[in-house]
Design a protein around this ligand. Structure first.
Ligand code: DOR
Ligand code: ZN
Length: 346
């Protein structure tokens, strides 16, 4: 029985760090184990220009624990006003690693996102020319489309037409939650990758809704039926380099989650690696965890794999705090609902 696993240090290809007191409290949770992370730009106001990204990057570097080598990989929030010149300049000096597309109204702080995709085609063409990846929140926002169908409809009506028009554009379909997403990414060649969150490998929609509503399991895209969770598990653990880890760890205070209209987001930074080791072991795929968490992402982004390693050890149950304290109030840590036995050797 394997009880030790050493892998290259992982990266998180989709992370929300927020700002101010929240940033200070949540950043150490990721920096403890991860070398790099793609930082989501959906602040209020969003990170839309190169100057915004440079300022946000400085604030992250300030908030970082002393001695941490964690490296934030910055993104710009795509709007219909994004200027090609500004974006190209930020990419040229490697200030940004990707651009994030939120359909307007799809999720937390997405009001400034894209309403009419024709208005961003010129920006996307420029991104394709310089090889700058587009990270996509893949859900349509039309009120008449059922929330459980929004990912599949987005692929058909938005993402596929864009990729047909600009085939060289490198796209990451983020936090995929459906078999449709898995199939689209797997069959999409080397210009598309897909990130999968930790929590979507663990929960389906029953976890949110059966036996009482569980706000801490509510995120967007919302978890779907069990068959979709199983497709995600097969994709994550199957060794296909198109799939890599993007936790979408998205902290909200309990006060903001436990509301008649609560915020979307699961906070998984603290226990993600323990949960992933558990899932990969269950699937008989511990030897593929390194690919998913540490190798496939850098390969897609054309970045080097991290030089150093982490070691996971299996033993007595590991406990994590149920909440972490922040200057804004407590944030609840994602509860996988089963005991965890793998921990990262410190
Ligand atoms: O659950 C989510 N939370 N999904 C998103 O797309 C945004 C995120 C957030 O910023 O809270
Ligand atoms: Zn996100």
């Amino acid at each position: 029985m394997t009880d030790r696993l050493t892998i290259r240090r992982p990266d998180d290809w989709h992370l929300h760090l927020r700002d101010g007191d929240m940033l200070k409290a949540v950043l150490p949770e990721t920096a403890r184990h991860f070398a790099r992370a793609i930082i989501m730009p959906n602040l209020v106001p969003p990170v839309v220009t190169g100057a915004d990204a440079a300022d946000y990057r400085d604030r992250i570097m300030w908030a970082k624990p002393k001695n941490s080598k964690f490296q934030p990989l910055m993104t710009l929030y795509l709007t219909e006003e994004t200027e090609v010149r500004d974006l190209r300049a930020a990419a040229e000096i490697r200030l940004i690693t990707a651009v994030k597309l939120y359909p307007a109204g799809a999720t937390t702080n997405s009001q400034s996102g894209v309403r009419d995709f024709r208005n961003v085609m010129r920006v996307l063409e420029n991104m394709a020319q310089i090889g700058l990846p587009l990270c996509v929140h893949g859900e349509v926002t039309d009120a008449e489309i059922d929330i459980f169908d929004r990912e599949a409809v987005f692929i058909e009506t938005v993402l596929d037409p864009i990729r047909r028009e600009i085939p060289e554009l490198r796209v990451v379909m983020e936090h995929i939650t459906t078999r449709d997403g898995v199939d689209y990414v797997a069959g999409g060649g080397d210009t598309i990758g897909g990130t999968i969150t930790t929590h979507h490998l663990v929960i389906n929609r029953n976890h949110i809704l059966a036996g009482g509503i569980k706000p801490h399991y509510y995120c967007l895209p919302v978890a779907k039926r069990e068959e979709h969770r199983l497709a995600l598990r097969a994709a994550a653990t199957g060794g296909d380099p198109s799939f890599f880890l993007g936790t979408d760890s998205a902290p909200h205070t309990d006060a903001a989650k436990l509301q008649p209209c609560g915020c979307a987001g699961c906070f998984t930074a603290t226990n993600t690696l323990s949960i992933l080791a558990h899932v990969f072991e269950e699937e008989g795929a511990l030897d593929r965890l390194e690919g998913f968490a540490s190798r496939h992402g850098p390969a897609f982004y054309k970045l080097p794999v991290n030089e150093d390693t982490i070691t996971l050890i299996k033993g007595d149950p590991v406990t994590y705090p149920t909440q972490i304290e922040t200057g804004d109030g407590p944030v609840t840590v994602f509860d996988p609902g089963f005991p965890l036995h793998w921990r990262v050797e410190e």
